[in-house]
Ligand binder design. Structure first.
Ligand SMILES: Nc1ncnc2c1ncn2[C@@H]1O[C@H](COP(=O)(O)OP(=O)(O)OP(=O)(O)O)[C@@H](O)[C@H]1O
Ligand SMILES: [Mg+2]
Length: 151
C-alpha cells in the first residue's frame, strides 16, 4: 500500500502553497486516477511521487516505511506531460537503453509491442516518429525499466 500523508508543497518562490494536505492511498496492482482543473497541481504531485521534487510537509510511505526522493527515483517511472521534449538519444534503440545497457533485444521488442510500436525500426530517430508514436515511445522507455510505480 502506497500512501501520501498530509502532503503539502509550498516552494519559497510561490505566495500560495501549490499542494495542501493531500492524502491518497493506493493498494498494489491498482490503477489510481488524479483529476483536477489546470494548474491545480497534478503534475507537481506526480513529480513529488517520482522523487523529482520534495514536499515541504507530509510524507510518502510504502506500508510503514517512509520513502525519500532517492527511493522514489528508484521505484517510480514518470511519463512527463510533454514527454517528447525529454528525448536525449539519436535512435529508438539508444533511447530505450539509455542508462540500462543490460536490456535485451527481447525485452525491448516485447515492450515496443506492448505500446503498439512493434513495426518501427530500432534505428529510427525519436524525432522522426509521429507525435502519438513519440508518446508511445516515452511510455515504453519507462515500462522497459519495470518501475514499481508507473506515473
Ligand atoms: N517550478 C515552479 N515554480 C513555481 N510555480 C510552479 C512551478 N511549477 C508549477 N508551478 C505552479 O504550480 C501550480 C500547479 O501546476 P501543475 O503544473 O502541477 O498543474 P497541473 O494540475 O498539472 O495543470 P495542467 O492540468 O494544466 O497540466 C500552477 O499554479 C503552476 O503555475
Ligand atoms: Mg499537468
Amino acid at each position: 500500500m502506497l500512501s501520501l500523508n498530509q502532503l503539502s508543497y509550498h516552494p519559497p518562490a510561490t505566495p500560495q502553497p501549490i499542494l495542501q494536505e493531500v492524502n491518497l492511498t493506493l493498494p498494489p496492482q491498482q490503477l489510481g486516477l488524479i483529476v483536477g482543473p489546470s494548474g491545480s497541481g497534478k503534475s507537481t504531485l506526480l513529480e513529488i511521487m517520482a522523487g523529482l521534487a520534495t514536499q515541504t510537509e507530509g510524507s510518502v510511505q510504502w506500508r510503514e516505511e517512509e520513502l525519500d526522493p532517492e527511493d522514489l527515483q528508484q521505484l517510480a517511472g514518470l511519463v512527463f506531460q510533454f514527454p517528447e521534449r525529454h528525448f536525449c538519444c539519436d535512435t529508438v534503440l539508444r533511447e530505450l537503453r539509455f542508462g540500462h545497457p543490460e536490456l535485451s533485444t527481447t525485452q525491448l521488442d516485447e515492450t515496443l509491442s506492448a505500446v503498439g510500436l512493434s513495426g518501427i525500426p530500432l534505428s529510427t530517430p525519436p524525432y522522426a516518429l509521429s507525435g502519438g508514436q513519440q508518446r508511445r515511445l516515452s511510455l515504453a522507455v519507462q515500462l522497459v525499466r519495470q518501475p514499481r510505480l508507473l506515473l
